[in-house]
Design a protein around this ligand. Structure first.
Ligand code: B12
Length: 254
């Protein structure tokens, strides 16, 4: 089994020692970093540190040195973000720090995205994301979007205060098989259910999977409104999105 000392970068080793406590998380994170190159570990470390200038410079330098864009995305940026996600979930860091890491991720992705789209790598899936009608909270939604994009999905962001019709129009326009709704207010959470009803009325419910989230959204609430799933954070959102896309593919005959 890989050991923490198999990871070359001291900063990453210290981060794991200090912040990644659950044995399953620790094993997953060590597996992510073991075997990645020292320069990718340096990019991951700068991202964890929220240092967007360094991520910018190192990503550009790595590409110039001939490193594959996918390797930089997976072994550098997403690997770093996997530690950030756990630190955030376990309350070791808070919104300002996560936003700094998000900025660093964006700095790296600015080089990677055009290369990946030009090389025609098939996206994992297309997702429509929005905060529901009446609700202006978008920090959590934006984190989910960033992680979804980081995992290879194409995300169309409808922003905040999104009506039922805007979700439906976006699904039709982009042929998206998955939508994600966010709501933070108890007064706007029911608008997720109303949007799901609108998909039923438009005879589109069987064509899409629907995920919902936001600080007060429980599994029970998601089940009651007829959603296909919920996730408590951006990492869970990515896992859920992947699972729902697989399910839809199976339902539609592979
Ligand atoms: C920041 C904030 C604001 C900012 C929003 C800025 C912005 N651009 O988003 C501002 C100041 C504008 C604001 C306004 C208001 N707010 Co406010 N706000 C907050 C606060 C402090 C933090 C929310 C946040 O960003 N959390 C951090 C993010 C990362 O977490 P998150 O959103 O939960 O997202 C994570 C998960 O939920 C999940 N997730 C999120 N979306 C999705 C979607 C899917 C599909 C999945 C799978 C997962 C998922 O993943 C995310 C990442 O980990 C909360 C308190 C709190 N602790 O939640 C109050 C809070 C949500 N606000 C509250 C209130 C009352 C208001 C106002 C009504 C205040 C007022 N009187 O004007 C207004 C409403 C404005 C409106 N119409 O929306 C209340 C809501 C109470 C309730 N239960 O209804 C809260 C809980 C504060 C409180 N305790 O009273 N607010």
């Amino acid at each position: 089994m890989p050991e923490i000392n198999d990871i070359e970068n001291e900063f990453i080793r210290d981060e794991i020692e200090e912040f990644i406590e659950a044995p399953a998380d620790r094993e997953r994170i060590i597996n992510i970093f073991v075997g990645t190159s020292p320069s990718m570990q340096e990019i991951a470390a700068a991202l964890i540190d929220g240092d967007n200038n360094s991520v910018d410079k190192m990503t550009s330098a790595a590409l110039k040195a001939g490193t594959d864009a996918l390797e930089i995305m997976d072994d550098g940026l997403i690997a770093g973000m996997s530690i950030v996600g756990i630190k955030f979930r376990e309350n070791f860091i808070f919104v300002p720090e996560v936003l700094a890491c998000a900025r660093a991720m964006k700095a790296g992705m600015a080089y990677i995205e055009p290369i990946l789209s030009a090389s025609g790598i098939k996206p994992v899936g297309t997702v429509i994301m929005g905060t529901v009608k009446g609700d202006l909270h978008d920090i959590g939604k934006n984190l989910c979007i960033m992680m979804l994009r980081g995992s290879g999905m194409v995300v169309h962001d409808l922003g905040v205060d999104t009506s039922e019709d805007e979700f439906i129009d976006a699904v039709e326009e982009h042929g998206a098989p998955l939508i994600g709704m966010s709501a933070l207010l108890t007064t706007t959470m029911p608008n997720m259910g109303k949007t799901i009803d609108a998909f039923i009325d438009a005879d589109l419910r069987d064509d899409v999977k629907i995920m919902v989230g936001g600080a007060s959204v429980t599994q029970e609430f998601a089940d009651d409104m007829g959603a296909d799933g919920t996730g408590k954070d951006a990492v869970a959102c990515v896992d859920l999105a992947k699972r729902l896309l697989e399910e839809l593919k199976e339902e539609q005959g592979g």
